[in-house]
Design a protein around this ligand. Sequence first.
Ligand code: PEP
Ligand code: MG
Length: 538
Amino acid sequence: MEKFQGKSVLSGVAIGKLYIFKKQEYTLVKETVTDVEKEKERFRGACEKAKEQLSRLYDKALNDVGEEQAMIFDVHKMMLEDLDYLEAVESMIEEQKVNAEYATNATGESFAEVFANMDDDYFKARSADVMDISKRVIRVLAGVKEGGIDSDEPVIIVADDLTPSETIQMDKSKILAFVTRFGSQNSHTAILARSMNLPSLINTDIQLLDEYDGQLAVVDSFNNTLILSPDEETLAAKEKALAKWRADLAQLEELKGKENETRDGRKINIYANIGNAEDLPKVLASDAGGIGLFRSEFVYLGSQDYPTEEEQYKAYKEVVEGMGGKKVIIRTLDIGADKQTYYFHLNHEENPAMGLRAIRICLERIDVFKTQLRAIYRASAFGTCSIMFPMIISVWEIQRIKEIVEEVKKELADEGLAYGEVELGIMIETPAAVMMSDELAKEVDFFSIGTNDLTQYTLAIDRQNECLETFYDSHHPAVLRMIQMTIDNGHKNGIWVGICGELASDLTLTERFIDMGIDELSVSPTYVLPLRKRVREI
Ligand code: PEP
Ligand code: MG
């Protein structure tokens, strides 16, 4: 039996086999080859393997998400049969006597550039695809394994760290718990783990040794521990703890249908945060009053290319319709910083959290922004839908956004496409927005305070950096004063104010927030009932 210590992100107990999730990085090198025929053979073999992978991915996607989403893997397979592409790689190997990895990458890049410069949107979009298939062939050539979970039973994932896109692409039915060696409480991976209601530990002092793979383990994040190969006595105790945790969760169920009301009659709204339509059943099961934050960028992160208007419309409509008239607040895409997708082709930035992210991308890339707004407006015809905009710092931004929104509404009306009444709000997650909240409140219907970023920018502490946790105080008076100021300025101007950052689920602050006059708290579905319980005790 071995014991490891971590920090809890979501408290719970899980018992199952350990699954060591290793990132397989590959660095491209240019090499000279002497046997060009052998190298060409290696390339052809890799293409065949890549096509087999794509067939498997097609079948999985067909089963999990339907034919429309699965088609992309079929398209990739066809591209890998394209003679121009195959001949270009082989002649580069032959003429320049370079290794297959290098030739595949160079050919992929030059084909991608040709596609990117075409006028036709369809061909432009193929630019990302040709890079994707090239990278797949390179991974096969270099012997890099695919990142999925290769197990028949649900497992405890142990990794160095997980990016949001790795997490979102995992098959959730195969995961019992997350354990990472690095990571911070406010990273998006931690947020995803919470929204999946999975016991999770970060900063765990375990090494990723192959021999651990498949061993029985216990995650007890109530006690911040991971226990490997537990002895009989420990296992029996943890099985009891697991049963108790499940019983406590079952008891919370009794609060369903009850009001979020303090003993002295103050009521608030408790909404849920989600990342995509797959989270909807959890929201419905949680009895949340609405969705206070739909992080729409996860629709982009789960996709190999810009999601089309139709794809987005389908995802938003599913959520809006599924909520049966309850409010759904969709946040426009917040790509950038730790949420990267290669097809956005964002430049490398020294300081991405302060760089081109969120609304800044949307205001620079109006085409991308309008596609999303059209999809949201069309979905709004099926329920109660609001939109909120992230990372706002200035009044002109919201004024410009409203002009674009008007253009979109006019386009839809001209095309005879229906849309509903949509409230427009902003996230208050920069100190600038707090200081301007009296002015900003005159422009919008509501404020939702993003305490994750607001804390990061107020305290000048990178939310991703676990080394700064000594300085990081999530109850810092500067942040609490900013929350109070935002609520006061919102109320003075007659709009409602909520919190959708992780602080909203900090039960030690619930009473304080209610005293401050908060109208809404939006938390991961897991926390809806514990928060209702807390409110009812006040
Ligand atoms: C926040 O910053 O608090 C927030 C809710 O947005 P995100 O965590 O997605 O940046
Ligand atoms: Mg934020």
